[in-house]
Design a protein around this ligand. Sequence first.
Ligand code: SF4
Length: 257
Amino acid sequence: MKKIQRKTMLYKTGVEYGDYTMNHTQGCSHGCKYPCYAFLMAKRFGRVKTYEEWKRPVIVENTLELLDKEIPKLKEKISSVHLCFTTDPFMLGYNEIKQMSINSIKKLNQEGIKCTVLTKGLLPIELTMLSKENEYGITLVSLDETYREKYEPGASMYKDRIESLFQMHKAGFKTWVSIEPYPTPNIVTQDIYKILSEIAFADKIIFGRTNYSKEISSYKKNKEFYNNEAQKVIEFCNEKNINYHIKKGTVTSNSSE
Ligand code: SF4
């Protein structure tokens, strides 16, 4: 696996539900085609040239050294560190990345810093040995494996992903699910209640629309659709006493615009 060095690791994210974040890998073997915003940005800023290159992840080999330098300086400002917004900390088949993710979380926890994790891979059981403050999440936008094979070709199967999250829940951790980027019915016909019922054990659900996609914008009723689906998520979460966050831009006031 190719390795690179970086100058910095921890930074404050602009993502609406995040605090500090780290991305200790460049690229992602899951190769999502919604499209993946991180890939679009990496391509735009010349960090990768092609989708094929993006799918061959490169690890930041000095990650732990950077954390040793940065944690003492930032410790007082940080309330949590998220892994990851521009790559996946537990991408399938990459043991070296998995180990680096676990070691990074361990290091942050030792300094009293809580971590939140989001993956489309599988949450390894070793995470249950780390701080009980950590929160673990998966992205889940469908239960349809035909959809996954087309849009998340390198990611874990949905049932395995849900099971790995459930194991974290059973071990006493707070769990969350990101239902984003949610597809419109011209891409896949599905009942959101079926997805919600599979993850009703989670403590928090984040729901958001798909952006930067011609397939979505060609679906004329997309605004009305997202308003309705968001309402279903809100009602389901209220009924089950689950926290929720609807991403900005998902609900719009004028569905006929
Ligand atoms: S898992 Fe996330 S970072 Fe990886 S390709 Fe998919 S959307 Fe991009």
